[in-house]
Write a protein that binds this ligand. Structure first.
Ligand code: MG
Ligand code: ZN
Length: 193
């Protein structure tokens, strides 16, 4: 084997999965729980970004903490109605979601799926049969990035939602990639991936 091959750039593999946080990444972060489909408002360009990933053949899954259920502030049915709206909106934009995975628990439940723990990402891995290691998880909060790292995924931060505040909390030497929004992330991933 020629010596130079040992120093060659590692071949970048095509992305096989993208995991997205919901609030502040796909839709507006209200700073409160979204209880009805009417309260669910997509961020500019987010649905088109998902559609671009879908057209490129990359499965997109959502991983979201929804403790409003566990806190008794909304019902599982109300959350399901919000997710129906999300799925419909993505579909209308020409995209597809491989699944919407949520943690319904309150912090006091001490579950394994509430981010920053990696349980939700591991659920995605098991349900879709796709490894999350080495794949991007996009979020606007520190706990999204921590869940990504804990599962071996690659953390990406968007500056929408809580993203700008989260950026201020990142260490200078952080390995987190930062994008203005989901649209910029998708463009970058499709160009470099
Ligand atoms: Mg969020
Ligand atoms: Zn949970």
């Amino acid at each position: 084997m020629p010596l130079s091959s040992a120093y060659a750039e590692p071949e970048r593999k095509k992305p096989r999965l993208v995991i997205l946080d919901r609030d502040g990444v796909i839709n507006e972060e209200r700073g409160d729980f979204i209880r009805t489909a009417d309260q669910w408002r997509p961020l500019p360009g987010s649905l088109e970004a998902i559609a671009r990933l879908s057209r490129a053949g990359i499965p997109v899954a959502v991983a979201t903490n929804q403790s409003g259920v566990g806190r008794g502030l909304m019902s599982a049915g109300e959350l399901a109605a919000v997710h129906d709206r999300l799925l419909q909106a993505v579909s209308e934009a020409g995209g597809e979601l491989a699944g919407v995975f949520f943690c319904p628990h309150a912090p006091s439940d001490h579950c394994r799926c509430r981010k920053p723990l990696p349980g939700l990402l591991l659920q995605i891995e098991a349900a879709l049969g796709l490894a999350v290691a080495g794949q991007y998880m996009v979020g606007d909060s520190l706990r999204d990035l921590q869940a990504a790292s804990a599962a071996g995924a690659l953390p990406a931060l968007v500056r929408t939602g809580f993203g700008r505040a989260t950026e201020q909390r990142l260490a200078a030497q952080s390995d987190v990639r930062i994008f203005d929004d989901l649209s910029v992330f998708a463009g970058w991933l499709l160009e470099t991936g």
